[in-house]
Design a protein around this ligand. Structure first.
Ligand code: ADP
Ligand code: MG
Length: 697
């Protein structure tokens, strides 16, 4: 053990674990969160000589933050430079080399690697970590890895050694994983947890777990704990960056009111240190949460659910849980994935509170009532059952798995969702009417983007506007570009700056605003200063710059299929046309005489322009628009949009009548009970979609 390592429960089982990995091709390892699975097991495997740089260990994580953070921790423990023996790889950021023996990566990255290296020949051991999270990519990896395990070494082409697989999860569902992998052994690391007492902060008939209420309640509860309870850090769970920043400011102000002698230059206030923790933060900022504990100072960590199981913060004795989570889910009424805030599942509530009892007895404060808790779903619905499958279905098809309906899923998705994905891919011309991948489909899969954006990127070359569309797509691929401060004075100033940026770019397209920000920031002499001055996240633009370069080199590698004519339309039109080429599934039309729009994908969802858009308030001037995403809050809002002409999307809009979705699925078992239902629904959708746009209004 290096000087950095503290003794963790897993250390007592080192020899047995190594033996177990040696003697079985596949095993499940479970243990309480924080017992050392993610950081230690890969090191045990490496030190036992079960891996080398030619036969490395891949450890998948559903979240990119976790992959990066854990890799830096392990590199530090092992005393090596990050990116050499220990590295990580996440979308658009590869920090690994030919020397790398332990590679933490997102599950999505490993899935992409399978496209080029179907036998995963670089790896001796694949560890699918955080399996209980049931992320979409991990679920698909289960099936693919199981396939690989079934292949004897003699039948493989590139492998030198047999592949070993380790599934790691918190204490949930280990039996289901073992059963799926032909009843492979389960290794349980006995936990050392302490009792956690629960406190419901809301009476049963009270105003229960409502969003606005939990923000003010949380601030109050945190301050009460701080003032009245013995020492121990507080971990508070909220749903996202905006809420977390607001909460940190609010706590700071409350503490300031108590602590009159507070020294402004000092981070601690009233004996308390307030630390945010969410995915879009920089790695250095995140590391602040793991370091610098000081006696006598109580730390308050305000986090998203990344702190539930992916990242373990030591010293937590009190947990405050808002009871909600931000989740991406397919919305059947709109036919699109939407990000919305929903109640957590019971298992998540239990895991969150459990973080209080890792090193001593703890307390869990729930900002809802016991009745609300009883009413929660037992488990979080696996992502595969709630998000769109378009990307993964295309990947599977590219890997030669034609019949995606009968793929070995741990939990099969709704057949309707698979058919919906196939339908989408058909419209993208990524698969043909027989369900086979087209040349375009093979090109789209090369881009680590949604097929829709990849299509826009490819088409931008045909329309000779890639210098603009690539930066736009890069900016769409980073999280939160604009800083929205919570103090009123700053917020006003930020708004002025943002409005100015929108005006500079013409004031009629949010996509152009993104491009303007990118261009002005990257061409300024001091980008950090420019970003700070314009309330733009420097890190986001910096990341976008790297993504732009990567997209450019991917695009340069794609053969040109379209014949090139010198485009005659003005640039601003070509940009919007290229975007439409990918995003035609997200077009909407203004309802005459109103401020609302209807989507034109056959679902005819009513939606509005998001107040943050440059087009907000200009509804009467608009007719057709294309948008990047829908957000569901009080109403359904379109975010990031621009006006288009119907003529540009007319040919692209779904023409459903002539396709047989069952043919696309390459599934023999055609119209069985479930299938017929799905078929009828689709026929209905078909009819709707084939009506002329006028009639649908
Ligand atoms: P598990 O995977 O079983 O949940 P981990 O291996 O993630 O457990 O955590 C084990 C220990 O390592 C914990 O005490 C945790 O605080 C510490 N740790 C994990 N990640 C980091 C990090 N990025 N920086 C510092 N310490 C970390
Ligand atoms: Mg872990």
């Amino acid at each position: 053990m290096g000087p950095l390592s503290i003794r963790l429960p897993i250390h007592s089982y080192r020899a047995e674990l190594v033996e177990a990995v040696k003697s079985s091709r596949c095993m499940v390892v479970t243990g309480e969160t924080g017992c050392g699975k993610t950081t230690q097991l890969p090191q045990f495997i490496r030190e036992a000589g079960l891996a080398s740089k030619d036969s490395a260990i891949a450890v998948t994580q559903p979240r990119r933050v976790a992959a990066i953070s854990v890799a830096s921790r392990v590199a530090e423990e092992a005393g090596v430079e990050l990116g050499r023996e220990v590295g990580y790889q996440v979308r658009f950021d590869d920090c690994s080399s030919s020397l790398t023996t332990i590679k933490y990566m997102t599950d999505g990255c490993l899935l992409r690697e399978l496209l080029d290296d179907p036998e995963l020949s670089r790896y001796g051991v694949v560890v699918l970590d955080e399996a209980h999270e049931r992320s979409l990519a991990t679920d698909i990896l289960f099936g693919l890895v199981k396939n690989l395990l079934g292949k004897p070494l003699s039948e493989t082409k590139a492998r030198k050694r047999e592949l070993k697989v380790v599934i790691m999860s918190a204490t949930l569902n280990s039996q289901q994983f073992s059963t799926f992998f032909d009843f492979c052994p389960v290794f349980e690391i006995p936990g050392r947890t302490f009792p956690v007492s629960y406190h419901y902060c809301c009476p049963d008939d009270g105003f229960d777990g409502k969003k606005l209420v939990y923000m003010s309640q949380m601030a109050r509860v945190v301050m009460e704990i701080h003032l009245d309870h013995p020492e121990g850090d507080i971990l508070a769970f909220l749903t996202g960056q905006g809420e977390i920043e607001t909460m940190c400011n609010r706590l700071f102000k409350m503490a300031e009111e108590i602590d009159y002698e507070h020294d402004v230059s000092c981070q601690e206030i009233c004996g308390m240190k307030i630390l945010p923790l969410y995915g879009a933060m920089s790695t250095e900022q995140q590391q602040a949460v793991f370091h610098g504990r000081e006696p006598g100072i109580r730390r308050v960590i305000v986090a998203t659910n990344i702190a539930t199981t992916s990242l373990t913060v030591d010293g937590v004795v009190y947990v405050v849980d808002c009871g909600y989570v931000k989740q991406l889910a397919y919305n059947p009424s709109t036919g699109l994935d939407t990000l919305s805030v929903v109640p957590i599942a019971k298992s998540e509530a239990i895991q969150r509170a459990g973080r209080a009892g890792r090193t001593s007895p703890g307390k869990g404060f729930r900002l809802y009532s016991a009745k609300f808790f009883e009413g929660l779903e037992r488990e979080t619905v696996p992502e595969i059952k709630r998000t769109s499958l378009t990307s993964v279905v295309l990947s599977l098809k590219c890997m030669g798995i034609l019949n995606v309906v009968e793929f070995q899923y741990l939990d099969p998705p709704d057949e309707k969702m698979v058919l919906e994905a196939l339908r989408q891919l058909f419209f993208y011309r990524a698969i043909n009417a027989d369900g086979h991948v087209t040349d375009l489909g093979r090109q789209l899969v090369q881009f680590p983007l949604l097929p829709s954006l990849a299509r826009a990127v490819l088409h931008s070359r045909t329309l000779a506007c890639q210098e603009v569309v690539l930066p736009i797509v890069a900016m769409l691929s980073v999280e939160s570009v604009l800083i929205r401060p919570s103090s009123t004075k700053d917020a006003e100033r930020a708004l002025q700056k943002h409005n100015y940026l929108a005006q500079v770019s013409g004031g009629s397209s949010d996509f152009s605003t993104l491009f303007t920000i990118y261009q002005l920031a990257t061409s300024s002499a001091d980008m950090r200063w420019w970003c700070r001055d314009h309330y733009v996240h420097w890190r986001a633009v910096n990341t976008a710059r790297s993504i732009h370069q990567q997209l450019q080199s991917l695009l340069d590698r794609q053969p040109e299929t379209d014949t090139h004519e010198t485009p005659t339309a003005p640039l601003s039109q070509r940009i919007r046309q290229a975007l439409c080429y990918g995003l035609f599934g997200s077009v909407a039309r203004l309802s005459p005489g109103q401020r609302s729009f209807r989507t034109m994908d056959g679902h005819s969802t009513m939606c509005y322009i998001h107040p943050s858009s440059a087009l907000f308030g200009q509804e009467e001037k608009l007719d057709w628009v294309v948008f990047y995403e829908l957000v569901d809050t009080a109403k359904t809002y379109m975010r990031t949009l621009c006006p288009i002409r119907y003529a540009w999307v007319k040919e692209l809009l779904p023409q459903l009548h002539d396709i047989d979705v069952y043919r696309l699925s390459n599934c023999e078992r055609k119209r069985e009970v479930a299938g017929v239902v799905a078929g009828e629904d689709l026929t209905l959708a078909t009819k709707k979609m084939c009506q002329s746009p006028k009639e649908t209004l």
